[in-house]
Design a protein around this ligand. Structure first.
Ligand SMILES: O=C(O)CCC(=O)C(=O)O
Ligand SMILES: [Fe+2]
Length: 275
């Protein structure tokens, strides 16, 4: 089940090409099996990233994932932690329509209190406002959820409701983990609603004039918001292992405003609870 998630943006035909490259004498470094950057460049590879002791080639010819209704681009792929940046995930009108339909529903964003299990306003941590769309709530939300499911190979039933976030100038979301610490008593309730969160997909709905990047402080990575692009990262495996390298936040918006849509994915089927 986790395979598809962990390999988001990474396709079998590319894996096969990687294996061919690794098997090829003149491409492989005899000591380590690593593929040299020069050899990769000669063979038309766009991206090489380190995976344990060797380099893996990602994109040998096509840098797109064909979803039939859409060609989604892979713009960045990092293995540890698993971070993939997608281009052309939503078109302009889809981004605009999501923003407009969420405006009337916006309320100040809350965070889960890991001791009590309550949802609280914490303006020192999170200063955005947000709105939720239940799964399939509108035809557009349904179409986007179907697209994300096909892209990531994860059933729609494992997705939490789509969240739209709005950050005015100065607003931010301080670095945090999206998974729930199972040792904290207040997290038992959210964990009972489909198990651990295993992955996050953030879609940028507009271009931001300055600031507002998604920042990963532990790995020194900043992703700048770009309308229609999607940022995916995963952080939990079937055995309950959690990737603490995925600490991330929304850095303060300096000029303009920032709109995103977030889809969090669970280990099992997500079940909303009303109690
Ligand atoms: O605003 C961002 O770029 C990050 C948002 C985020 O971390 C989240 O929605 O969980
Ligand atoms: Fe987050």
């Amino acid at each position: 089940m986790m395979d598809a998630l962990l390999k988001a943006g990474y396709r079998p035909e590319i894996e096969r090409a990687v294996q061919q490259c690794l098997a090829s004498q003149d491409l492989a470094d005899h000591e380590t099996g690593a593929v040299t950057a020069e050899a990769a460049a000669e063979h038309g590879s766009a991206t090489a990233v380190e995976d344990g002791k060797r380099f893996r080639l990602f994109e040998l010819s096509a840098n797109c994932i064909d979803l039939n209704d859409r060609q989604v681009e892979v713009l960045l792929a990092m293995r540890q932690p698993n971070v993939v940046l997608f281009g052309n995930l939503l078109c302009d009108w889809e981004c605009d329509a999501l923003i407009e339909s969420s405006r009337p529903k916006l309320t100040p964003s809350r965070v889960v209190n890991a001791d009590k299990g309550t949802y609280e306003l914490k303006r020192d941590v999170r200063t955005s406002s947000g709105a939720f769309f239940q799964r399939g709530e509108t035809p557009l939300v349904a179409a986007i959820e179907s697209r994300l499911s096909r892209l990531l190979g994860v059933a729609e039933s494992r997705g939490e409701p789509l969240q739209i976030l709005h950050y005015p100038p100065g607003a931010e979301y301080r670095p945090h983990y999206d998974f729930f610490d199972p040792a904290r008593p207040g997290n038992q309730r959210v964990l009972s609603m489909g198990g651990q969160r295993v992955g996050t997909l953030i879609i940028y709905l507009n271009d931001v004039k300055a600031g507002g990047s998604t920042v990963f402080p532990k790995i020194g990575l900043d992703i700048l918001p770009k309308k229609g692009c999607g940022l995916f990262f995963s952080y939990a495996d079937d055995a309950g292992g959690l990737d603490y390298q995925t600490l991330h936040g929304g850095s303060p918006v300096v000029a303009g405003e920032k709109w995103i849509a977030t889809k969090w994915l669970r280990l099992g089927d997500y079940l909303a609870r009303s109690d």
